[in-house]
Design a protein around this ligand. Structure first.
Ligand SMILES: [Zn+2]
Ligand SMILES: [Zn+2]
Ligand SMILES: [Zn+2]
Length: 314
């Protein structure tokens, strides 16, 4: 219970400040503040961790600290009485008197200050109180064990959930990676194989199309030329037909003339022959009758002969 033996303990630091010393300001002027709301009134310090909070008549933050941490025992700084939150009662039996280091026992759990001040505690009672404190600390440790075990199980379930999530995520990642790999491979194939082939094909098709266009142009040209030629030929044919008609007509005329000439010739020849025969017969038989033979029928077409005769007679 000597202040020097426990200088690192926050509880002792707080309680020792309450003791007057040459370096300290006079008692009552040191202010501690609630860690939550900064109030300087009705302050309690947790005996387990040293947290300072205000009492139920201020913000009630000391009780909140108990609810948050399950730290059951809190010391009221003003009175140095210890409260048991779990048991909901005062447990403090020993207090240190203000102004000296005498250990005193509170006669009851009441908060009457200064009662029994100066009384020395018998040794047997001290031992009994020590036993009681040991019991209290054991129960506190037990409750702390339960509290931390619950925290631990929460942490374990959390970590299990987290590891499940990690497994799911890594599975998802693996499948995504596989998909990505497949896509990459596909992309690579497209890039290195399909695309160049398509480009080559496209170039081929372009060349083909160009050739076809060229051929079409050439054919068109040829067609035009052929048309011109055939037009020329048709003209020529027309001219030739005309010419042939003329020639035919000329031939007809010539034939008619020829026929006339022949007829004339035949008549002449007949007349000539008849004259000579007449002379011969006159020499042989004078004064006799003469039989004149008819001229032979003329050859050739009737039309031509008729036309010729007609022309000839005109
Ligand atoms: Zn201490
Ligand atoms: Zn605490
Ligand atoms: Zn507070």
């Amino acid at each position: 219970m000597e202040p020097e033996t426990c200088s690192g303990c926050p509880v002792c630091r707080h309680t020792n400040r309450l003791l007057p010393s040459p370096t300290d300001p006079p008692f009552g002027t040191i202010t501690h503040l609630c860690t939550i709301c900064d109030t300087p009134n009705d302050l309690w310090i947790c005996l387990i961790c040293g947290n300072v909070g205000c009492g139920r008549y201020a913000g009630g933050h000391a009780k909140e600290h108990w609810k948050d941490s399950a730290h059951n025992f809190s010391l009221e700084i003003e009175t140095q009485h210890v409260w048991d939150y779990a048991g909901d009662c005062w447990v403090h039996r020993l207090i240190r008197g203000k102004g000296d280091d005498k250990i005193m026992e509170l006669p009851s759990s009441s908060r009457v200050e200064g009662e029994g001040e100066g009384d020395l505690v018998p040794r047997e009672k001290l031992e009994g109180i020590g036993m009681e404190y040991t019991h209290l600390l054991t129960s506190q440790l037990e409750s702390q064990r339960i509290y931390y075990e619950s925290l631990l199980s929460q942490a374990v379930s959390k970590s299990a959930a987290a590891s499940t999530a990690v497994a799911t995520a890594s599975e998802y990642l693996a499948s995504t990676q596989a998909q990505l790999d497949a896509l990459k491979a596909e992309h690579e194939t497209l890039k290195s194989d399909t695309l160049p082939n398509l480009e080559k094909e496209l170039a081929r098709e372009k060349r083909k199309a160009e050739k076809s266009a060229e051929m079409a142009r050439a054919f068109g040209k040829q067609l035009k030329e052929e048309r011109k030629v055939s037009e020329g030929l048709m003209e020529r044919i027309g001219w030739l037909e005309e010419r042939m008609g003329e020639i035919k007509r000329e031939v007809g005329v010539v034939r008619g003339e020829l026929e006339q000439e022949r007829e004339v010739n035949r008549d002449l020849m007949f007349a000539l022959g008849a004259g000579e025969k007449l002379k011969e017969m006159g020499e042989e038989v004078e004064g006799g009758s003469v039989m004149v033979p008819l001229p032979p029928p003329s050859e050739g077409k009737g039309d031509g002969r008729k036309g010729g005769k007609g022309k000839g007679r005109k």
